[in-house]
Design a protein around this ligand. Structure first.
Ligand SMILES: CSC[C@H]1O[C@@H](n2cnc3c(O)ncnc32)[C@H](O)[C@@H]1O
Ligand SMILES: [Zn+2]
Length: 418
């Protein structure tokens, strides 16, 4: 597919963008190329697709369920008993709904950790988005469950050739309170051998830190250090409760961090995410929404605003997290978690991008486009989404969206009745 976007705003200047075979081939005004399809870019601004570095896609089925609770009672009383009932079909439609919602708000890549790997992968395959999907594991410190997890991970990894290259494999040990040190070490070795990332919830609540000290004699990051599993393949989600030495340890080992402001606030897990210290230490900080029961939507535009405002308020410093910095986290930083040549609109980069509708009050006046995007807009400003060189949404419409919403809603109601 050869695509030409004519007269679109890019960094405040009108230009053309030519896309060929998944990549941005040429950028410049008045391009004369033969394209299969031409998109009118006037009154639109091109931005890189967002990279949601932490979510649980099929948790769209739990949107509005289990609100206003702290992490552990929420998981133990509301979420885990219902997740135990999930079928492959449930996860497929929940993940389709998540992909739809992400596409509609400009996300082109997401990092996922959930049950029923193939259901999510099939949804991603159909929807055309890019994803790093983990084979989730818990062993609850029981050797038989650890063995089962290892076998599942090995099997799923071998089955990856059935999917498009847009879909990346990852290992997903849930957290240090549900996964043994032995399984974490195995996951680290597996990830190293196969050069795949590991996604792990870490240092999310004060309770997790207290229990880690009691159970392992060390805070979460120090515990991982002792296990020898800090590495550039490790992506931790939350990372709220880390001290200066732990930030140094994460930086020295090339660990990446996904910041989830909505979930951290809604579950009241904590607000003191040390964005500035992490960035200064050289840690790559991405942005995530977390799942739809703890953030209630998958809108990365909203997540940028929340991260920026939260970062400012707890420090009482309006420069703590600027619009430009958080835009970088939401795009290029996230893409670099797995070395994707994406997150930037430049020749030779993957054609993962969105067009923002400038005919909206949020972009009027438009003194500073990134400021308007982060502080004034929300995900509904996205008009067109292109991923891997293919158009996934145009004029704010994704093919088949009504059916996806109907089916997913029905699945969610039925799940709650079971
Ligand atoms: C192994 S499947 C993923 C697992 O994680 C649960 N989950 C969702 N949000 C959070 C969070 O903020 N901290 C810890 N665990 C979370 C989800 O419900 C699945 O069970
Ligand atoms: Zn999570």
């Amino acid at each position: 597919m050869k695509l030409l976007i004519k007269e679109v705003e890019l960094n405040g200047v009108a230009t053309d963008i030519y896309i060929e075979n998944k990549y941005i081939k040429q950028i410049g005004p008045g391009l004369s190329v033969a394209a299969d399809k031409v998109i009118d870019g006037r009154r639109k601004a091109a931005i890189p697709g967002f990279v949601n570095t932490h979510t649980h896609a099929a948790m769209t089925l739990f949107r509005g369920f289990g609100d206003d609770m702290p992490l552990m009672p929420w998981l133990e009383e509301k979420i885990w008993p219902n997740e135990a009932k999930l079928t492959k079909e449930d996860v497929f439609w929940g993940a389709k709904l998540a992909c739809l919602e992400m596409i509609k708000s400009g996300t082109t890549t997401f990092f996922d950790m959930y049950h029923k790997f193939h259901a999510t992968a099939e949804a991603v395959e159909e929807m055309g988005i890019r994803a790093v999907i983990s084979s989730a594991c818990f062993d609850h410190f029981q050797p038989e469950l650890a063995e089962k997890s290892k076998q599942t991970i090995q099997k799923l990894y071998k089955e990856m050739d059935r999917y498009d290259k847009r879909i990346h494999f990852s290992v997903g040990p849930h957290a240090i309170y549900t996964v043994s040190g032995e399984l974490l070490q195995w996951a680290d070795t597996f990830a190293k051998e196969h050069n795949v990332p590991i996604q792990l919830h870490l240092a999310e609540t004060e309770g997790e830190v207290e229990n880690s000290v009691k159970q392992f004699g060390a805070t979460p990051v120090r515990y991982l250090y002792k296990l020898g599993v800090l590495s550039p393949r490790l992506l931790i989600s939350h990372g709220i409760y880390v001290d200066a030495d732990e930030i140094r340890m994460l930086a020295d080992h090339g660990v990446k961090v996904a910041h989830n402001p909505a979930s951290n606030m809604k579950l009241a897990s904590g607000m003191h995410f040390k964005f500035k210290e992490m960035r200064e230490a050289g840690i790559t900080v991405g942005l995530g929404t977390d799942g739809c029961s703890s953030s209630n939507n998958l809108d990365m535009v909203e997540a940028m605003k929340l991260a920026s405002l939260l970062g400012k308020v707890w420090r009482k410093d309006p420069e703590a997290v600027t619009a430009d910095e958080i835009f970088h986290s939401a795009t290029e930083a996230g893409a670099s978690f797995v070395g994707l040549k994406a997150g930037r609109i430049a020749e030779g980069y993957l054609a993962d991008l969105s067009l923002v509708d400038l005919n909206m009050p949020a972009f009027t006046p438009n003194f500073n486009f990134i400021s308007n995007l982060v502080y004034a807009a929300n995900g509904s400003c996205i008009d067109t989404v292109i991923c891997d060189g293919k158009i996934l949404m145009q004029d704010k419409k994704v093919p088949g969206e009504e059916e996806i919403m109907e089916r997913a809603a029905q699945i969610a109601y039925n799940l709650m009745k079971r």
